[in-house]
Design a protein around this ligand. Sequence first.
Ligand SMILES: Nc1nc2c(ncn2[C@@H]2O[C@H](COP(=O)(O)OP(=O)(O)OP(=O)(O)O)[C@@H](O)[C@H]2O)c(=O)[nH]1
Ligand SMILES: [Mg+2]
Length: 360
Amino acid sequence: MQIGIVGLPLSGKTTLFQTLAHTHLDEAAMHRQQANIVTVKVPDPRVDALAEVFKPRKKSYTSIEFVDVVGLKKGDRDSTQFTQGFLANVKTNDALIHVVRRWDDPQYPHPEGSLDPVRDIRILETEFILSDLSMIENRIERIRKQLLKAKDERLVYELHILEKGKVWLEEERPLRTLSLDPTEKKVVKGFQFLSEKPLLALLNMQDDDIGEHDAAVEAVRRAYDGSGLEVDAFFGKIEMELAQLPDEDAEAFMAEYGIKESALSRIIASAYRSLGLISFLTCGDEECRAWTLRDGASVHEAAGVIHTDLMQRFIRAEVVHFDDFMRYGSIAACKEHGHWRLEGKEYIVRDGDIILIRHN
Ligand SMILES: Nc1nc2c(ncn2[C@@H]2O[C@H](COP(=O)(O)OP(=O)(O)OP(=O)(O)O)[C@@H](O)[C@H]2O)c(=O)[nH]1
Ligand SMILES: [Mg+2]
């Protein structure tokens, strides 16, 4: 899974990237006109707890890629514009984090001249909508031409969905709020529309606005009620310094600022929520490991995430939930108390299921 970090110039994108990556980029790297990518392990205390019991040779976490996407520019006519490089980078991201500036520093003037998070979010959202609209219009035109030449049921279906999307976008609404059935959704996904991607607006707070982040988040949430936007806040400058401190010092620091979790844990939790992702676990003497799965996926698909072979040779799955495992202390004890189950292919995996695939 790949999450793109986007936003207006000088909002704090690279600062967030460095926080998540636990690195310091030099000046040259910070301004390179291309995306910087980092793979980050998803912290999961359940893997640690299982490892305490199983004492495996290896612990593995699932991971997420973050991309610092460069290329949203102030245009000539007082409008922001995407560069082609930006579009190419963002299209393939599974979800986006929009860094929204809420800090002031005369040394770095805001490109729009004032601080206004609701406006900044609107600027980007409008760009996304316009970009999708032009893509949809092109596609519709092409399909119409093809349909004049020959009948094609699939194209007729695609046209019907695209027309729906076009009307939605013309009303300045993002595609992520358009309700579609699963088959329609699949067609839309294929286009990698920008306004369809799950979006987390992350307010980059002023260092001394301690304790004001909840109210700031609430104000933006109200303004974007019903637009499928997740909103959260972080203290860009401080959390970057924090990410470079030893754990103990970092905790004291966070308590002072009323920050409950590290930026990384919070952002990953938000991303999982907005993307509809869950984790399942596997464990044994060899390895304890967490895996990412789409919410609502079957145990057969989960087997495929582990290995395509397991999917093909799937017989049944042994399932114990992590909470039950911790309550009773072992798989055998879970069995005794009726919390161990043998499930078929269709079983829908829950977040925190510990799974063992039986295969031939
Ligand atoms: N005072 C203050 N400065 C910040 C904050 N966040 C970032 N900055 C500073 O603002 C400058 C720009 O931050 P970046 O993280 O490079 O912003 P960016 O969005 O990546 O900028 P571009 O890639 O040039 O569009 C840096 O010098 C940061 O140190 C903040 O919360 N408070
Ligand atoms: Mg940058």
